[in-house]
Design a protein around this ligand. Structure first.
Ligand code: HEC
Length: 96
C-alpha cells in the first residue's frame, strides 16, 4: 500500500510539472480568479516580487503553493491562468 501511494504521488508530481512547459494560460481568466480569491489581502503588504520568484516556472509553483495552502481549489489550468496574469502585470518573464 505504501508503495502504491508513493507511485501515485510520483505520477501526480509528473502530472503537475508537465503543464509548466505548456504555453501561458489565459491572463483574463487569471485576473478574475485572482480577484475572486482575494490574494491581495496578503500580497498588498507582501508584494509580488521578481526577487523571490526569478522565472515563470517558479512563479507557477508559487501560485500553486498559495493555492494549496489556502485551499483555493484551483485546477492546474487555473493556476497557470493566474500565473500568466501575474506575469503580465508584475513579473514580465518570457513564457517558453
Ligand atoms: C494568508 C496570506 C496569503 C494569501 C491570502 C496569499 N498568499 Fe501568496 N504568499 C504568502 C506568503 C507568506 C508567501 C511566501 C513568500 C513571500 O514571503 O512572499 C507567498 C508567496 C506567493 C508568491 C511568490 C512571491 C513572490 O514575491 O513572487 C506568489 C506568486 C503568490 N504567493 C501568489 C498568491 C496567490 C495567487 C494568492 C491567491 C490565491 C495568494 N498568493 C494568497 C501569503 C499569502
Amino acid at each position: 500500500m505504501k508503495r502504491a501511494l508513493t507511485l501515485f504521488g510520483a505520477s501526480l508530481l509528473l502530472a503537475s510539472t508537465s503543464y509548466v512547459h505548456a504555453q501561458g494560460g489565459d491572463p483574463r481568466a487569471g485576473e478574475s480568479l485572482h480577484s475572486d480569491a482575494n490574494c491581495l489581502s496578503c500580497h498588498t503588504a507582501n508584494p509580488y516580487s521578481t526577487a523571490k520568484t526569478p522565472n515563470f516556472e517558479r512563479l507557477v509553483a508559487a501560485v500553486n503553493f498559495c493555492n494549496v495552502n489556502l485551499n483555493t481549489g484551483w485546477f492546474d489550468d487555473e493556476v497557470l491562468d493566474v500565473a500568466t496574469y501575474l506575469n503580465e502585470k508584475y513579473y514580465k518573464y518570457e513564457i517558453k
